[in-house]
Design a protein around this ligand. Structure first.
Ligand code: MTE
Ligand code: MO
Length: 524
């Protein structure tokens, strides 16, 4: 058989096996699906470097790339298998079998999918893939042995057909082969799409009937519309623009009807709270600025959301925290974890089990049905999405997901400021140019933002109003710009009187420092 024909058959069969796996996952509700599970294992293994890599290369919407990569590699292996099968009839069984074992292992490793379902899904997919390959083989084999002779088996001689005259019989065979291949490819794509669609079945919509309660305490959010500068951050970040960071390849879809938040560990009375019960508890609404520790100076991994939920302190009081407790350690339904010192809650900063964001139930990407939001701490030590358990433990008793991967265990958000407009490298006409951006140090607050042009002295900026010290502040400065190339720097001073750190440091291990600057060309 021609090498290309064999490769195409192998790839098509592998595609069909993958598609079948996705369809089975959709029908059975297995989450993650095999492809996503394989990607997940990859993320687990290479998370630290991958996260940085992904942010650098794809921005924060990097998940699709990993999925596509997984699929392409599988198709490639399928193609090679097809080629090898011309010499070694056992190759497809061995390679597809190994793939099935790997897929089953990856999927079963996830607590959300049982081993039985994972193995059954993999076995079924492998059988479908092998059957497809066998069929394609039968259709293709007459291409290189004469039409009419035995179409049997993976063990054909593999003669060279180049230059041979193509008989009508061979043409018909080729057409049948191509039709079958196209059919399998289409089925694979259709299966995968159907599986994903079935899986997506909107979990947030399932609890639509449960209205969002009115919070008993609501922090007034200033209307800063008169402070708007085109291109600069609005005071509240719209949900669709809010950055997203997590290790989940596909966001867990949690069934709120059966979901329970467990509060346990060093407490007198462990709690188990369902979704409706959580929504019926006295709630507050608080704007809080959330930042990812991976944010570079001038980066976009920060946003100001209005969060509604139950104060963590309420739940801790109800459970009765024991004296030895030192750490609030939380886990998500997909096994991710975060921990912060209990004493962080000694002041009155917002610390919420949040179920709504910007006036609507949490979207799946941001942690539906509930997540933690704690003012003043980077997300990786505090802001657990798809929250499942909160455990009170000692400081040594547990390490959050990123701690053994080299990130600091104690991680308060550092004072930071950013120039939003003009963009770095922009050209603007001479005259009044409005510089604008945001500055934040949640839990402390910002008292002053200053800009410096070309190393000139620091000038105070105008500040927007804030709801509290837990959010960023918008700043702007009217600059009388003269023609030429200029460098603009920004710095902030917090409410303790501390100045932003000017020494440059990378995000690892506990947050970047340094001053954001831009270069602007002012045209005459
Ligand atoms: N379950 C889970 N929660 C998580 C994470 C995660 O990987 N898994 N990442 C954390 C990190 S590093 C950050 S910065 C915030 C980001 O929250 P957002 O995606 O809603 O902006 O979520 C936190 N919560
Ligand atoms: Mo983060």
């Amino acid at each position: 058989m021609e090498r290309l024909t064999a490769a195409v058959a192998g790839a098509a069969a592998a595609a069909l096996a993958l598609g079948t796996g996705e369809l089975v996952a959709g029908v059975t509700g297995a989450d993650p699906s095999p492809v996503v599970a394989v990607g997940d294992r990859f993320v687990d293994r290479f998370a630290a470097s991958l996260k940085d890599f992904a942010i650098a290369v794809f921005g924060t919407n990097d998940k699709a790339a990993l999925i596509i990569g997984t699929v392409l590699i599988t198709l490639g292996i399928g193609a090679v298998t097809g080629v090898v099968a011309r010499r070694l009839a056992a190759a497809p069984g061995m390679v597809f079998g190994a793939f099935g074992v790997f897929g089953a292992w990856a999927q079963a490793a996830d607590p959300e999918v049982g081993a039985v379902l994972a193995v059954a899904t993999a076995a079924f997919s492998v059988v479908v893939g092998l059957a497809a390959l066998r069929l394609l083989w039968r259709l293709a084999s007459p291409l290189d042995i004469d039409p009419g002779s035995s179409p049997d088996a993976l063990g054909d001689a593999g003669g060279d057909v180049a230059g041979e005259q193509v008989s009508p019989g061979r043409l018909a065979t080729r057409r049948r082969f191509l039709a079958a291949t196209a059919g399998f490819a289409a089925a694979a794509a259709g299966f995968a799409a159907a599986g994903r669609a079935l899986a997506r079945g909107d979990v947030v919509a399932a609890v639509k009937a449960i209205p969002l309660p009115r919070p008993s305490r609501r922090r007034a959010v200033p209307d800063n519309s008169n402070f708007r500068v085109r291109g600069a951050s609005p005071y509240v970040t719209p949900t669709t623009d809010f950055y997203r960071i997590d290790t989940a390849l596909s966001a867990p879809r949690v069934d709120a009807a059966t979901w329970k938040l467990e509060l346990s560990g060093l407490v007198d009375r462990p709690l188990s709270i369902g979704y409706e019960e959580l929504l019926s508890m006295p709630a507050v609404e608080e704007p809080v600025t959330l930042q990812c520790v991976s944010n570079e100076v001038g980066g976009e991994l920060v946003g100001n959301g209005v969060w509604q939920g139950v104060p963590l302190r309420t739940l801790l009081e109800e459970a009765g925290v024991q004296e030895q407790a030192e750490q609030v350690f939380s886990r998500s339904v997909d096994g991710w974890s975060a921990g912060f010192p209990l004493r962080v809650l000694d002041d009155d900063r917002p610390a919420l089990v949040a179920y709504a964001m910007n006036g609507e139930k949490l979207p799946v990407a941001h942690g539906f049905p509930a997540r933690l939001v704690v003012s003043g701490l980077y997300g990786y030590v505090s802001a657990t999405k798809w929250l499942q358990t909160i455990e009170l433990t000692t400081w040594e008793g547990a390490d959050g997901y990123w701690v053994p991967r080299g990130w600091a265990k104690d991680a308060p958000v550092k004072l930071m400021s950013r120039i939003d407009v003009p963009r770095d490298g922009a050209a603007v006409p001479a005259g009044i140019v409005t510089l604008a951006g945001v500055a934040w140090r949640p839990a402390v607050g910002v008292s002053k933002v200053q800009v410096s042009i070309d190393d000139g002295h620091w000038r105070d900026c105008e500040l927007g109003r804030v709801a509290s010290e837990h959010t960023w502040v918008q700043w702007r400065y009217r600059w009388d710009a003269r023609p030429g190339d200029h460098r603009v720097r920004v710095r902030a001073i917090d409410r303790n009187g501390d100045r932003q750190i000017t020494a440059e440091a990378p995000p690892a291990p506990d947050g970047a420092t340094g001053l954001h600057h831009i270069r602007v060309r002012v045209t005459g």
